[in-house]
Design a protein. Sequence first.
Lengths: 184, 209
Amino acid sequence: MPLRNSIDRYGAAAQALHWLIVVLVIVQVTIALRAAGMPFGPGKAIALAWHKSFGMTILMLAVLRLLWRLANPVPSLPATMKSYEKGLAHVSHYLLYILLFAMPLSGWVMSAAHNYPVSWFHLFTWPSPVAPDHELAEKMEDVHEALAWTLGAVVTAHVLAALWHHFVRKDDVLQRMLPRREAS
Amino acid sequence: MNRPLVVLLPVLGLAVALGAQAAPSYRMDSAKSSLRFVAEQTGGKFEGSFKHFDALIAFSPTDLASSRFDVTVDPASAETQDADRNQTIVGPDFFDVAHFRTAHFVTTTFRAIDATHFEATGKLTLRDVTRDVKIAFTFSSRKEGAGEAAYLAGTADLKRLEFGVGRGDYKDTDTVGDPVQVKFNLRLTPPTHLPDKKIPTTPSPAQSQ
């Protein structure tokens, strides 16, 4: 599989970034839901430290992914799609990109406002984008949570759309984001 | 038994008898003084401060023998900008302020590095543990308006676990790092230039060890 995108398929780099981020987002949701039910204490602190490390990893991958996308035209959507369907697809993809940035950024600001450091796997500490501020911290908690639900909704639509393409439309929209099987 | 002090006593007595000048005393200007700490939480550093503390400072760069810092800190005034963490820090696992009302530091010896940089060793009592702690600081004084002000700024590197700060699961240094840096920045004025203020004089529990 070539590294770069082709006219009709995503290349290895785009696929690797897509699926790596999928896995990390699933890990993030799992940790977040578990940590939400934990009392303030060392266990929660450790869970959230992982959450922050993975979150900042997603942010870095999102930067890479955006740059890669800007330098690499994506395969065009099937000509059989109606223009409003293409419009919906584009809007949902834009939203996913925005959320991939907004989720970690809001979490980062939330931590800084709480005066909680954001370490990356104990290797280094990210600088604080804002000064400690209790009100801002509370606000960012709401924002982070609202963004998470929004991401959940858009991802659900994204997955359903991919399945609809594959099973109803029977086009190659899902397959071009999957490693090619034996000469298809 | 505190040996250096015993050795010093006759010297001090002689100095007083001869009317020699001891190191001048200062009062801390609370509004313009800060006592902060940098601690590590899950691998990252954060800064906090103590809102209530007082320092009795007698210091002369040329008379280190009669210089003395006596610092009292209210650990319940720890502020880390987060309500949950503040509560945890004053609670039984950390400072346990219900049982240990004050933290106390008193110097035992001073050493000059150069004209403005010094090092002091003293006894720090946190919770029920007293240990020797070294501080590095700068001292400078200057005219300010009609009076005079001195500035004392420096750091001390502590290990929290040596003082039993952080018990149970909080002993884990991946969660809360062992090293804690204390940073102080004091503005001092000669006593006469401040309105009368009651200076608490706590007996040093360090002597009983």
